[in-house]
Design a protein around this ligand. Structure first.
Ligand SMILES: [Zn+2]
Length: 271
């Protein structure tokens, strides 16, 4: 699923093309999409004629800030926001849910598994929405991060995936970060030493930045705002590699479900 680096890549792509443009047309191609998002067509159409003032991201949420209203996307497992995709490939047509035309550019929302969602919120009430999302993994300050780990007695992987505690990391980046930090995903967060917390924090930030530079990970069908695949999957060390030798020590990488989430780690390197 698109995680922080993928959503950030899309945000940057869209910003360079549709910022300050007026939304002239909206078409909903799949009525169930709105029903599931609990938005009426009339409500959505109030965005017509409004200018897109900024695009922001917190965790895995993308915020399109229009005059007076904010349209929020959560891409779920397979959501994609692609500009000017023409023609729409035959195999994607039935997953094409929404188009929004901004002057010269058209933004298409495509979602194969249809777990993605949109929210339409009065800009004045946006802080209520933002406060339900934990601090962004790329923005969180060290003191906050340390406090978060110390006050919870959760498996570190479970904590890092909890979007209300810290937002943006999913299964790919938690496995990659914990491997590089040499921390076992089942360690309880409040048993990490000061040194381990520091290293985890620094590795998390630098890994996310590196993944953004490489325009995200295309493991299944993620593509950026221009419909192109990312390249960070080429640098994955453990994600999706169960049974293969650990790149550090050669021990076969282990697979385990932790809170229902498939996890790959090295039982020898990660303590
Ligand atoms: Zn190892």
């Amino acid at each position: 699923m698109p995680e922080l680096p993928e959503v950030e890549t899309i945000r940057r792509d869209l910003t360079s093309r549709i910022l300050n443009k007026t939304l002239n047309e909206i078409s909903v191609l799949h009525k169930n999409f709105l029903t599931k998002s609990k938005i009426s067509l009339t409500e959505l159409l109030t965005l017509k004629g409004k200018k897109l003032l900024s695009l922001e991201r917190k965790g895995k949420y993308l915020f399109l800030n229009f005059e007076e209203k904010t349209l929020i996307f959560h891409l779920g497992l397979t959501g994609a926001l692609i500009l000017d995709l023409h023609p729409i490939p035959e195999n994607l047509k039935k997953h094409h849910l929404l188009t929004m035309t901004f002057e010269q550019n058209t933004l298409h929302y495509i979602d194969i598994r249809k777990f993605g969602k949109i929210y339409l919120i009065d800009s004045l009430k946006i802080s209520f929405f933002l406060n339900r999302i934990g601090p962004d993994a790329l923005q969180i300050e060290f003191e906050k991060f340390r406090e978060l780990l110390q006050k919870h007695n959760l498996k570190i992987k479970t904590l890092l995936l909890n979007q209300r505690l810290i937002s943006g990391l999913g299964n790919i980046y938690t496995d990659e970060v914990l491997f590089r930090a040499k921390i076992n995903p089942e360690r309880l967060s409040n048993t990490l030493s000061e040194e381990e917390i520091k290293s985890l924090y620094e590795i998390m930030k630098s890994l996310l930045k590196e993944a953004i530079l490489l325009r995200g990970s295309s493991v299944k069908n993620y593509v950026d705002g221009e419909g192109k695949r990312g390249k960070f999957q080429e640098r994955h060390l453990v994600y999706g590699k169960k049974g293969r030798p650990c790149p550090e020590c050669g021990t076969p990488l282990q697979y385990k479900k932790i809170n229902q989430r498939g996890t790959v780690f090295c039982p020898n390197c990660q303590k």
